[in-house]
Design a protein around this ligand. Structure first.
Ligand SMILES: NC(=O)c1ccc[n+]([C@@H]2O[C@H](COP(=O)([O-])OP(=O)(O)OC[C@H]3O[C@@H](n4cnc5c(N)ncnc54)[C@H](OP(=O)(O)O)[C@@H]3O)[C@@H](O)[C@H]2O)c1
Length: 306
């Protein structure tokens, strides 16, 4: 039986990828710092990530699937404290360990439009890691998703919290005219794609891991409101004003709702690609199916990281 190591195996996408790997007959080993913090219902063997000594955490692994990353840098306490710089350094160590252990293939999660020249640490860090993986010489696939959604509203933080805003606020906003696009993929589609790539060949494959539907930010508000049978004005506001509103909302719900960098990333049209998506599951169907529960509860990123 072949063995696959998966980072974030108890987290969001990693959990779906692990379940898909198991379904396909792989032995799964999880690399995580969340043993004891998050449930391990499937009873995966767990190894530490990051690790403190030079022990070879990837010894005996055929394939590595990497999801290790963080939405935004945060300097709070405990597991919530994590930065893009740490994620980059620890991931480079992971690739080195994969090389040492003779891992045959790496499937790495990146982002749509990684960019070494970007002022945004998210997109810059992802570009740095793509380059590090290519330099390692390990055969690999790089998957570039934009936004994940499903299976439950609570997991789909951005979309759920847009729905929450529609339910709780008299009006919602776009940063500028809101014509920048988003191309979400269902997390199960993403897991199947990751495993297809784990089982594929080729030295350097890059896949736009995006869904079939593309929405402008403005249309996303409208789609959600329509499915939830709510009417709310969608007001174009300057990005700075939108950020201040997100800060006020964040103070009320005890979370970081949206960072300045995330607003910039959205506004730069980085969350969609030109060309067809690979996901099968449509966001519009999913929203319709979850319309009665979507946004009933705020989904907190910081609570998830604690
Ligand atoms: N979610 C989305 O909408 C989305 C959109 C575009 C791209 N992506 C990409 O998809 C990948 C997976 O995203 P996900 O939402 O599935 O991530 P996730 O489950 O929240 O986290 C994945 C991994 O990152 C580590 N990590 C996350 N936050 C951490 C923290 N505060 N401290 C230490 N480690 C932390 C986790 O470590 P532990 O195992 O120790 O918990 C886990 O290994 C990422 O590379 C991300 O860039 C996601």
């Amino acid at each position: 039986m072949k063995t696959i190591a998966i980072t974030g195996v108890l987290g969001y996408s990693g959990r779906y990828i692990a379940a898909e790997a198991k379904r396909r007959g792989w032995r799964v080993v999880g690399l995580t710092n969340s043993a004891g913090r998050l449930p391990n219902e499937a009873g995966y063997e767990l190894r530490p990530m990051p690790w403190s000594t030079q022990e070879d955490v990837l010894a005996g692994m055929d394939v590595l699937v990497n999801t290790y990353w963080v939405r935004f840098s945060y300097s709070g306490a405990g597991h919530a404290a994590f930065s893009h710089d740490e994620a980059v350094q620890n991931t480079k160590r992971l690739f080195d360990a994969a090389k040492r252990a003779g891992v045959k293939r790496v499937v790495h999660t990146s982002i749509t439009h990684p960019d070494a020249a970007s002022e945004l640490p998210y997109f810059r860090g992802k570009a740095e890691l793509e380059a590090a993986l290519a330099a390692s010489g390990i055969p690999h696939s790089i998957l570039r998703p934009a936004i994940l959604f499903g299976d439950t509203p609570a997991e789909s933080i951005l979309i759920n919290n847009m729905a929450w805003s529609l339910r709780h606020l008299p009006a919602v906003a776009t940063f500028g005219r809101g014509q920048y696009r988003m191309q979400p993929i269902h997390v199960q589609d993403y897991a199947e794609l990751a495993m297809d790539e784990a089982e594929s060949a080729g030295l350097h494959r890059v896949v736009a891991a995006v869904g079939v539907e593309v929405y402008t930010f403005r249309d996303m508000w409208k789609q959600l409101a329509r499915s939830m049978k709510l009417w709310r004005p969608v007001l174009p506001v300057p990005a700075g004003v939108g950020y201040l509103a997100a800060r006020v909302l964040g103070a009320l719900v005890g979370d970081v709702v949206l960072t300045r960098d995330e607003i910039a990333g959205l506004s730069q049209d980085r969350l969609a690609v030109t060309g067809a998506g690979v996901g099968k599951r449509r966001l519009s169907d999913w929203v319709q199916r979850h319309a009665s529960t979507l946004g009933r509860q705020y989904a907190s990123e910081l609570a998830r990281r604690k």
